[in-house]
Design a protein around this ligand. Structure first.
Ligand SMILES: [Zn+2]
Length: 296
């Protein structure tokens, strides 16, 4: 009897140690740093939305999502969703198909600024703004691909073009509605998620999006970030969630405090906190699964 007890204890422990990696654990600081290193490299010239380098970034995003098994939005024949500006690189969008006809969006802009004409360093690398949020979307795709069950709502990733040119990409998406705006349960926008205090992130828009706010709070029980809510209500108008809020889509914004390298050529990769960006990506992933009625 005692032996049987020991045997079952052994089996239990053995089973425990072989437990599979959770999908959320595929989002790591190292992967975030790798993506930011590429996107914010000098070769990418700052990813100005009307540049060839922005198109290279768009291609990298689409390829990564395709490799993760994400699919096209309904009635689209490409992950590239061009905007009216013919010189602009496109929005990029793909999704994990849900069982129902509603959507949960995680979004980030991938464009930044064109090089300046003078100075030793001419390139606005935009590591925090917003290679960090873009990296989150790239790594979240892999975590989505590891889910064991299909959520009710489709989880859509959108990388916007032209944010720095007055929300050109997000305005176009919200106005042309490749998915019906009233079917969007929630939108979580990530713009600058890798600077400031280690482990601290700001959340705006929560009072008007209680369901998203709750999902983020619940997710954070597993992540342990210090989330500062509603400190900068004006921020809700300063990134890509704004055009969606105008259409009545419940939306929130995750971002860090402004810093000395904001919109300067010194927004460099070596200054980012990959751990903070990874935790914010994990938080967004878990909250999106919850909002989509899925199992993390
Ligand atoms: Zn930005």
């Amino acid at each position: 009897m005692r032996n049987l007890f020991l045997l079952s204890l052994f089996l239990l422990c053995n089973c425990e140690s072989k437990q599979a990696t959770l999908p959320v654990e595929f989002i790591t600081p190292t992967k975030i740093l790798d993506e930011v290193t590429f996107l914010a490299s000098d070769e990418m010239q700052g990813r100005y939305f009307r540049s060839n380098e922005a198109r290279i970034a768009a291609k990298h995003i689409a390829q990564t999502w395709k490799n993760a098994g994400l699919v096209l939005l309904p009635n689209q024949n490409s992950m590239y969703l061009p905007i009216d500006d013919l010189r602009a690189a496109p929005n990029v969008a793909a999704m994990l198909q849900g069982t129902g006809n509603e959507f949960v969006l995680i979004t980030a802009h991938y464009d930044h600024l064109k090089p300046r004409r003078s100075g030793t360093d001419k390139i606005y690398n935009g590591a925090d703004d917003n290679a960090s949020g873009t990296a989150a979307l790239l790594v979240i795709a892999e975590a989505l691909s590891k889910l064991q069950t299909t959520p009710e709502a489709s989880i859509v990733l959108v990388a916007f073009t032209g944010e720095e040119a007055g929300f050109a990409g997000s305005k176009h998406f919200a106005n042309t509605a490749p998915i019906p705006m009233h079917r969007i349960r929630a939108l979580i926008n990530l713009d600058m998620i890798s600077r400031g205090e280690q482990n601290t992130i700001f959340l705006e828009g929560a009072p008007d999006a209680p369901r998203i706010s709750l999902a983020i709070s619940n997710a954070n029980e597993k992540i342990g970030l210090r989330i500062i809510k509603n400190k900068h209500p004006d921020w809700i108008h300063r990134s890509d969630q704004a055009p969606f809020l105008e259409q009545g889509v419940p939306s929130v914004f995750l971002s860090v405090e402004d810093h000395e390298d904001y919109h300067r050529v010194t927004d460099h990769t070596e200054k980012i906190l990959p751990g903070l960006a990874a935790k914010t990506a994990q938080l967004s992933f878990l909250a999106a699964i919850d909002l989509a009625g899925g199992v993390p």
